[in-house]
Design a binder for this molecule. Structure first.
Ligand code: ADE
Length: 353
């Protein structure tokens, strides 16, 4: 397969079939960057409302550089992989300090910014600045693997680099943005994974080695899944009449530095939880077991049980915890979606009888 043949049919197809997405109405590198970072781990439909709200709140690189961390986390709440937004703020500060607030167009310079890898650098350079740099994400890997009939492991980072090098000479010089987004779009809407490829609708099928050889379903080779690590957790809703307790997670690792419902390792019995609460000086008048829940991260699965502890009053707040009204919890303490299953148990303040 000769990659040089695909430019014209790809650009024609993209111009007619590109989805109308919010980030396709701009060439502002800041906005392109925000969209690309959000899209790295999250589906297009889920990204749309986050993208709009993020840009309304933080419309440019200066606003992002100066935003308080809690605001950033609130804007990212539910998207997951919070290090993405922290890294964005670091990069924004570098852009303000080292580049006078203007994004560099050179992919090599972009790649030096925190959180911007080869893919994102290529996407920003090509979409915002019209530079013919490759932008090879998972979708593009699948498209190129099938076009070239390559059945090697597309999850190998070395292969991603190799594909970038292979594509580089063929990227459209007249419209690098549509070329790269065309490959992404083809992968996202036509050249779909495992059993869903729509080859009859594909503008590149006549150039496709896998199609010609009847190997579309074999390429890419299915991913070898490593089993997820199972973590047992006990989640506590500790509530007085008006307040609930939250605590901050450690600064490193999973969900670093985010607020959470107080949690213990392992699955604890009622008696263990009560003993723990007593040690913290909490006056528990009632404990109820909650329905267990699961949350799946990329490499870890939390299997959670929960208890609701009702306090007579909140006279003493355990070290490391903070108390908040339900209204403040919503506004000021973004809880990761891993805890969503337990939020319905937060008891609203009862009307005085
Ligand atoms: N995924 C990554 N980048 C994208 C883009 N620019 N448009 C649609 N989906 C994408």
């Amino acid at each position: 397969m000769n990659l040089s043949s695909i430019e014209a049919p790809l650009l024609n197809w993209y111009r007619k079939n590109a989805r109308d997405l919010p980030w396709r109405h701009t060439r502002d590198p800041y906005k392109i960057w925000v969209s690309e970072i959000m899209l790295q781990q999250t589906r297009v439909e889920a990204v749309k409302p986050y993208y709009a709200r993020f840009l309304e709140t933080l419309p440019d690189v200066y606003a992002l550089a100066n935003a308080p961390e809690e605001q950033l986390l609130k804007l990212w709440e539910g998207l997951g992989y919070y290090s993405r937004v922290r890294n964005m703020q670091k990069a924004a500060r570098t852009i303000v300090e080292a580049y006078d607030g203007r994004f560099p167009a050179d992919p090599a310079k972009l790649q030096k910014l925190t959180g911007i890898g080869e893919y994102t650098a290529g996407a920003i350079a090509s979409i915002a600045f019209g530079i013919p740099a490759p932008a090879v994400d998972g979708n593009v890997m699948r498209v190129v693997a099938r076009l070239t009939g390559d059945s090697r492991d597309v999850f190998d980072p070395a292969l991603k680099k190799e594909y970038g090098k292979r594509l580089a000479p063929y990227i459209s010089k007249t419209d690098p943005s549509s070329y790269n987004q065309g490959l992404i779009e083809l992968g996202a809407t036509v050249c779909l994974p495992q059993g869903s490829a729509r080859c009859s609708a594909c503008a590149l099928s006549e150039y496709c080695t896998a199609y010609r050889e009847g190997r579309v379903e074999m390429i890419p080779a299915p991913k070898q899944q490593k089993p997820r690590k199972i973590d047992l957790r006990t989640i506590l809703i500790i509530q007085s009449d008006t307040e609930v307790l939250v605590e901050k997670r450690p600064d490193k690792g999973l969900l670093a530095g985010l607020w959470q419902l107080p949690s213990l390792d392992g699955h604890r019995t009622e008696d263990e939880v009560l003993a723990h609460a007593r040690r913290f000086g909490l006056d528990v008048i009632r404990i109820e077991a909650l329905t267990p829940a699961k949350h799946i991260f990329t490499h870890i699965e939390w299997q959670m049980i929960g208890y609701r502890l009702t306090l007579s009053a909140l006279s003493e707040i355990p070290e490391g915890m903070v108390s908040a009204s339900l209204e403040r919890l919503e506004a000021d303490f973004p809880l990761p979606s891993a805890f969503s299953a337990f939020l319905p148990y937060l008891r609203k303040k009862k009307a005085k009888q």
